[in-house]
Design a binder for this molecule. Sequence first.
Ligand code: SAH
Length: 221
Amino acid sequence: MKTKIQYLIDEIESEYKYTGGMTGKYTLDPKVKTAMINVPRDKFVPKTHVDSAFYNGPLPIGHGQTISQPYIVALMTDLLELETGDVVLEIGTGSGYQAAILSLLCKQVYTIEYVPELADIVAARLNKLGYDNIETKSGNGFDGWPDHAPYDGIIVTAAATRIPEPLIEQLRPGGRMVIPLGKPYSYQELTLVRKNEDGKLDIRDILGVAFVPFQGERDED
Ligand code: SAH
């Protein structure tokens, strides 16, 4: 009999197939697949939603925020093309699920959450579940986390109107950033940003998506 997680993986793989023309990713990377199988999504959703934990959809986690759709988590992880020695920065910890997936594919994850209550819940959760290569903090991810920069990969899981300049600065030349860009509650484009060795950015639209808004964007001029 197929398990719930196998059903979910099958759905992600079929979604990969019919979005491959846009995303350039037709098949789920085997390492990302293993990480998706090994992180228990039911431990990252509120008790009231445990029965839906293995559906391929977003779920509410309180404070108006959501845990992202598993297909999107897989795709964003895949687009980072991580190596085992990489250091990754995530903006928008939310439930901690995306951070947990990343932690199985790289050396260290740093993750920032804007809502202090969510940051507290997630720190306790990740500790209890034994993810010891994830460091969390509460704050405005617009500023990044300069102490541990540069990052091999940066992932933003809230929709910003533009790429925050500090995040570009904190991305290592040769590194990759995945970020949804667009207006709040309107059309957003999942965007892949590659920083070339000479510091130039190569920016590519991947897919239309719907993320909660990025809070506290600062003016840049
Ligand atoms: N990656 C999460 C998805 C969280 S939803 C998961 O796997 O569950 C997006 C999260 O981004 C929300 O929790 C929201 O509070 C947070 N967020 C929004 N703006 C932010 C900012 N400027 N800095 C850090 N976190 C932010």
